[in-house]
Structure formats: C-alpha cells, structure tokens
Design a protein around this ligand. Structure first.
Ligand SMILES: [Zn+2]
Length: 287
C-alpha cells in the first residue's frame, strides 16, 4: 500500500492538520522531471501532496507564457490556484500588450496574487533599473486588480522595501521564500507584510532565516516549496515537489517554537484571509 519509495520519492510523514503550498511552479516541476506539464501531471502531483496533508497549492507564473499556463492549471484543478507576473530576471522586452494580458489573467477568479515580481540582484540578465521599473508596474497592477503582491527578493532587501514605501504597498504583501534576517523580519512584521518560508528554513547554513521565523507571528506566516527549487533538508539536491512541504513545516515550527498542528491551522487560516481561498478540505473550518 505504501507509495513507491525511491531516491527521488522519499517517504514523508503526513501532517495531521492540512496546509497549502503558498508558492510552487508546477510547470517547471514537470519540466525538471522531464515530463509534459499536462493535466495528468498536475493531478498526480496534487494527489501525492494531498496524501501528506498538503491540500492545495498556488502555482506561480514567472513569464507571460507561464502565467497563462498557471491560470489554465487552476481552471482545470479545484485544488490549484494561480499567481501571475513576470520574474525580475525575465522583464526585458515586456510590452504594454503583455501587461494588458497579465491584467486580464490577474482578474481571473482563481488567480489569488500578482507574483512573482520584485528584484533579483544576484543574476544580471536584466539591470537593476529595468527591474525597478517593472516592479513598480507590478505593484500598480496588484493594486488595480485588488489582489496581494507576491514578492521575489534576492540580494535586494533595501531596494524592495524602499520601492514599496515609495509606491505605497498594496494592502496585502507576501515575501516569497523570505531571505532576510531577524531585523528585516521585524521591519516586515511591523508593516503587516506576510513572510512565506521555504525549505531554506531547514538548511544547516541558514540560521538567519530561523531567527527571522522566530520573530514572525503565525498570522503573518506562510509555507511554500518553491518547487522544483529549494528542496528541504535532508533531500537537498533532489527535485522538490509539494509533497515535501511537511519537512519545511516541521523545520519552521521548530525554528518558531510553535506546535506543528497549531502552525498548520494558522497557515490555513492565512490562506482564507489573504487569498480568499475556501477552507481546506479536512480542516476544522471545512466541517
Ligand atoms: Zn518561485
């Protein structure tokens, strides 16, 4: 009865209280596995996730084409939601027509956020100046459609916070795979921003991320895989998938000094409040 165990499919102890994966890339996860990102792949991935208590996922666009794919996946699968935007390293050549399409995608009922957008000073495929212009346009888009902004911030903490202040942040802001330290976490919490923690919180070399988690209240916390990237300990180097989220949840609970079940319940509540998602099947709220 046990699912097939292999190098790339480690056993995962199920969560008792269901959560959802707040940031994943189901299209890239399929591509990395060398299979077509079709409806059968999404259904199988979500069925694997459900078996360990991960009852829904937000699949996040990083280009116009990927955003289109995410909306289609969300339309086809009840437990899949979408976020649409163009990643800061991909903004070169983005046109007004592209923004018009992003806006119409963003208004779709299963699109729960504008993201991922932000700044990435690690890669130099686009200039900081280009990235900042497009980050501002994405902030405006999130406000125009009245949906949360899901931020990608790599090596750009100061400028991300500065631009949010200058532009006026949307009502709901999420830092995906939060990578700041304790001081930045305190600043985000004071502003009411939500911190989404990825597998990084489980990495041996990430004490700053755990210190950030320790000062983040549960009502401002999310958990995510960012699959196929950032696979949690002890499976780093292998492909990530929503079914591995429980490992991150447990590492986060430990870092935050929280009870695992209580943390899961808080995260599920945050999904309802932030994204307008229905209560997760199997949660106390859904019965
Ligand atoms: Zn991502």
């Amino acid at each position: 009865m046990a699912p097939e165990q292999s190098e790339d499919r480690p056993d995962v102890e199920p969560l008792r209280v269901p959560v959802f994966d707040a940031h994943t890339h189901l299209d890239a996860t399929a591509q990395k596995a060398g299979v077509a990102p079709d409806a059968a792949f999404v259904a199988a991935t979500m069925s694997d996730a459900r078996a360990v208590g991960v009852a829904a996922a937000i699949t996040v666009g990083d280009s116009v084409a990927s955003s289109r794919w995410c909306v289609q996946a969300a339309t086809q699968h009840q437990d899949v939601y979408a976020a649409v935007a163009v990643h800061p390293t991909e903004v070169d050549g983005l046109t007004d027509d592209d923004y018009a399409e992003l806006e119409s995608l963003a208004r779709h009922e299963k699109v729960v956020a504008v993201g991922e957008s932000g700044l990435d000073y690690y890669w130099d495929r686009t200039t900081p100046h280009q990235q900042q212009d497009h980050f501002r346009r994405h902030i405006a888009l999130a406000k125009a459609v009245g949906k949360p902004l899901m931020i990608h911030d790599r090596d750009a903490h100061t400028d991300v916070l500065k631009i949010l202040r200058e532009q006026g942040a949307p009502e709901r802001v999420i830092f995906h795979s939060f990578s700041g330290d304790e001081a930045m976490a305190r600043e985000c919490v004071a502003a009411g921003y939500v911190l989404s923690f990825s597998g990084v919180v489980s990495f041996k070399n990430a004490p700053d991320t755990r210190a950030a988690a320790a000062v983040t209240p549960p009502e401002l916390m999310l958990v995510e895989t960012d699959a196929p990237f950032l696979t949690p300990h002890p499976h780093r180097g292998r492909p990530n998938a929503p079914r591995l989220l429980p490992l991150t949840v447990r590492a986060l609970a430990q870092a935050a000094g929280a009870d695992v079940d209580a943390l899961c319940a808080a995260v599920a509540d945050n999904g309802v409040r932030l994204f307008g998602m229905p209560a997760l099947p199997g949660s106390a709220q859904s019965v």
